[in-house]
Ligand binder design. Structure first.
Ligand SMILES: Cc1cc2nc3c(=O)[nH]c(=O)nc-3n(C[C@H](O)[C@H](O)[C@H](O)COP(=O)(O)OP(=O)(O)OC[C@H]3O[C@@H](n4cnc5c(N)ncnc54)[C@H](O)[C@@H]3O)c2cc1C
Length: 340
């Protein structure tokens, strides 16, 4: 990844317009081409390869727009068809049902651009940029502020929505503003106060809304405040130390979504799960990680429903032992069922 430092406007904003479409029938799937964009909506796309758990069924429809115009066209088209819309970043905090997802899944993976303003120390990046790549680029350039994020395998959009954090820092600490596409197709630039951040939460997750317009809000880009006038060697060293610490304390060798539950302060969810005797507990291919009990890992061949049942089992057991309700941090989407 190369972060542009040239001056100028890098935003990919353009007007929304309803595009005519062409439909091509393939053997088992369909492709819909949205005219005037280089964007194709495909049917029956497997989502397991697009999530870090490596599980889940197919998206009824899937698209990965390359710019804001194509994103807007995709949403317009979904609206016309009456489709449900699901936004997918790197899929590193998602448990997608084995039965798949109805409607349109929009991946932000191709929404890419970045621009660093050395005068202000502000880094503006598109929603689909990778957080760990940004952290390494910032570290190599000696820009302080993203060292903590090096082990979080998500996108900028996912991190802004989740208020991703580690090592006592989080997105809310460095976010200057986020550009958001509202359900009515308009763009708005929101400050952290408007986004309403809390511990791993934000109003962008849809529980409470900063807008009275119903529907999904999509983060299209974010601006972070970094500190360029610091000791570059120190920034790189801290970034490397954080990465090393995580590799030593978290199970990066199996597919997972990171921490499954929010920490119910003052407790750590992992400690509660371990004290309940659940470390290593397995349902199908899903296991409570031996290295870190707040991780559920896919030991091979896990179904999304195995992971779901293990999440529910942990919640029941911790509730029984501690009278504490563990709240999932992972977003579970689609239909699941408890084992009978
Ligand atoms: C090994 C591992 C370690 C992890 N460690 C940490 C950690 O230390 N700290 C931490 O906070 N998290 C951690 N995570 C979880 C995860 O990486 C973060 O929550 C990350 O921010 C999710 O980003 P994503 O792009 O993968 O989002 P996704 O998982 O794709 O999506 C998460 C949610 O955000 C929504 N979303 C995604 N992009 C957008 C967008 N552009 N606009 C609107 N909505 C959007 C989705 O619809 C979904 O509801 C870890 C995960 C793994 C696998």
């Amino acid at each position: 990844m190369k972060i542009s430092q040239a001056s100028g406007n890098v935003s990919t904003v353009s007007d929304s317009s309803t595009q005519k479409q062409e439909i091509e029938d393939l053997k088992d799937s369909q492709i819909i081409y949205l005219k005037s964009t280089d964007c194709a909506i495909k049917s029956q796309v497997c989502l397991s390869g697009l999530t870090s758990y490596r599980v889940g069924g197919t998206a009824e429809w899937y698209v990965a727009p390359r710019n804001l115009e194509a994103l807007q066209s995709s949403i317009e088209y979904a609206k016309e068809q009456g489709w449900n819309v699901t936004i997918l970043g790197a899929g590193s905090n998602l448990l997608v049902s084995d039965r798949g997802l109805p409607g349109l899944v929009i991946s932000t993976r191709h929404l890419r651009h970045s621009y660093f303003d050395s005068q202000t120390g502000q880094l503006t990046v598109a929603a689909g940029e990778s957080i760990p790549n940004l952290a390494w680029e910032a570290a190599k350039s000696g820009w302080q502020g993203l060292e903590w994020a090096v082990g979080i395998p998500g996108t900028v959009g996912g991190a802004v929505v989740m208020n991703a954090g580690a090592h006592h820092s989080c997105i809310a600490d460095i976010l200057v503003n986020a550009q958001v596409l509202l359900p009515d197709g308009t763009l708005e630039t929101l400050t952290p106060d408007q986004i309403g951040y809390g511990y791993r939460t934000s109003s962008l997750q849809g529980h409470e809304s900063f807008t009275d317009k119903p529907g999904q809000c999509i983060v299209t880009q974010a601006t972070f405040q970094l500190q360029p006038d610091t000791d570059p060697a120190r920034v790189l060293q801290v970034t490397k130390e954080h990465k090393k610490h995580r590799l030593n304390t978290q199970p990066y060798n199996f597919p997972s979504c990171g921490s499954v539950f929010r920490n119910p302060k003052p407790y750590a969810a992992g400690w509660l799960i371990e004290q309940t005797g659940l470390k290593g507990h397995q349902i199908g291919g899903a296991q409570v990680a031996l290295l870190h009990a707040n991780f559920i890992v896919n030991r091979g061949g896990a179904k999304a429903n195995d992971i779901f049942c293990l999440i529910r089992h942990i919640q029941e057991q911790v509730q029984q032992h501690w009278s504490i309700c563990l709240e999932p941090e992972v977003k579970m989407i689609g239909e699941f069922q408890m084992a009978g």
